[in-house]
Write a protein that binds this ligand. Structure first.
Ligand code: ARG
Length: 460
């Protein structure tokens, strides 16, 4: 195919160079955005009198037809085209003739691609946020069902203090809420129009940048034309935000993988979200959670890729920047898939409250509460801590628990112990007396659930 720039060149492009240079394979997914940007640009050119109004109308009409035909499948993307921008312009010119050649007045592919990516990411950010909100509601449902499910909370993966399953999973809800907030901020950085920056030094035509921005529903325009075409911070920020989403999903996946092992047995995954083994008939594997954990590495790779691509390029546009798209598209596709599947997986898993309570009962996770009991009776905390520690050692040696230890044994360690110690070390009491704001008590957990639901329903 003849190149747009063949007037300047005396040789045809090497066919392998064409493939190497081309981005149509991955940027064709921005066809809607490319057309929307061109519609706004042509409209502005018409209104500013840079092209005839009738020409602008003809271009807009032609672009809308191309959009319809691409959506219906009547028009196929030409894999030989260099990129989506060239493809749309060529089809337009083939269809409406010379008027089509006026579309690119006062524009460069450099500001065009910067715009397209911003519009595309704007849409994807909205979709990712919607998926995160579904995940948040799934966690809130799970929490609602498990407010009484006492389990051990861990530090160093050693049983530490009692919490409930609800409180545990609500910790993850806070992470996803922060992710959502981060995406809302990145949306603001993204929804700014670079159009009018031209190749790098703007243009001599009397364009109206505010008008194109307004027509595209953008919140403002970039302030410096060289930055306008070479800024990809919003894109790197998005991959970072998605990396953090993946970090959170991966940590949660790791919990699930441990929890559905025979050793923990805290949850059971639905058959539809597990896989079997080709050789070991007894196996039920948490492949989804493992894949989410694995794909996290892939999204981190995308982040490293974009940061490395950007770090050495001088102003303004350089072709290196074409590498931004595969990285961000892969991060988006991967994160969306993972959020969605992860939500379905945890929404259908069974929480085994009996196993949780069993684990909570065997690990002396009420030893702090035993010490606190003595403190309330007047002993300084450090002394109480030692008494409680000696009691635990006694229990371990004699196969006892703090809940079942006879009172006379308790009294051998401190005369301050009375009948009410059993009430103090009761696991449900240990949880529900932690009424501190943000703690695991039933009242606090209910408040947390309400907050998650409210945030997930809000539209900002
Ligand atoms: N396909 C290119 C990209 O993705 C579009 C911009 C091309 N600009 C240029 N000066 N060659 O970056």
């Amino acid at each position: 195919m003849a190149k747009m720039w063949d007037a300047r060149f005396s040789k045809e492009e090497n066919s392998r160079v064409n493939d190497f240079n081309s981005s149509i394979r991955f940027d064709s997914r921005m066809f809607r955005e490319d057309i929307a940007g061109s519609v706004a640009h042509a409209t502005m050119l018409g209104r500013c009198g840079i092209i005839e109004q009738s020409e602008a109308d003809r271009i807009v009409e032609g672009l809308k037809e191309i959009l319809r035909d691409l959506e219906s499948g009547a028009l196929a993307i030409d894999p030989e085209a260099e990129d989506i921008h060239m493809f749309v312009e060529e089809v337009l010119t083939n269809r409406i003739g010379d008027t089509g050649k006026r579309l690119h007045t006062a524009r460069s592919r450099n500001d065009q691609v910067a715009l397209d990516v911003r519009l595309y990411l704007r849409r994807e950010i909205g979709e990712i946020r919607a998926l995160l909100r579904e995940l948040l509601n799934t966690i809130a449902d799970l929490a609602e069902r498990t407010t009484g499910a006492v389990m051990p909370g861990y530090t160093h993966l050693q049983r530490a203090q009692p919490v409930t399953f609800a409180h545990y999973v609500l910790a993850y809800a806070r992470m996803f809420l922060r992710d959502d907030g981060r995406l809302a901020e990145i949306y603001k950085h993204t929804n700014i129009s670079p159009l009018g920056s031209g190749a790098l030094a703007s243009t001599t035509y009397p364009i109206d940048r505010m008008l194109t921005a307004e027509l595209l529903g953008m919140d403002g325009v970039t302030e410096n034309s060289m930055d306008g075409v070479s800024d990809r911070d919003f894109l790197a920020e998005l991959i970072f935000a998605l990396s953090l989403v993946m970090t959170h999903l991966s940590r949660f996946s790791e919990e699930i993988i441990l929890w559905c092992s025979g050793e923990f047995g805290f949850v059971e995954l639905d058959d539809a979200f597990s896989t079997g083994s080709s050789i070991m008939p007894q196996k039920k594997n948490p492949d989804i959670a493992e894949l989410v954990r694995g794909k996290t590495g892939r999204v981190y790779g995308d982040l490293t890729a974009i940061l490395t691509v950007l770090k050495g390029i001088p102003l303004a546009y350089n072709k290196d920047m074409q590498e931004d798209k595969e990285a961000v598209f892969d991060a988006i596709d991967t994160a969306k898939l993972c959020i969605e599947l992860f939500a379905s997986m945890i929404g259908t898993m069974t929480v085994r409250e009996d196993r949780l309570r069993q684990a909570a009962s065997g690990g002396f996770i009420n030893a702090t509460d035993c010490a606190d009991y003595l403190v309330k009776k007047g002993l300084p905390f450090r002394d109480a801590y030692r008494v409680s520690g000696r009691l635990v050692a006694y229990c371990i040696e004699n196969g006892k628990t703090l809940e079942t230890l006879p009172l006379d044994v308790y009294r051998q360690y401190s005369p301050l112990f009375g009948e009410d110690v059993y009430d103090a070390v009761d696991l449900d009491n240990c949880v529900n007396r932690r009424t501190v704001y943000g703690g695991p008590s039933l009242e606090s957990v209910r408040r947390q659930i309400a907050l998650v639901r409210k945030a997930a329903a809000e539209n900002e």
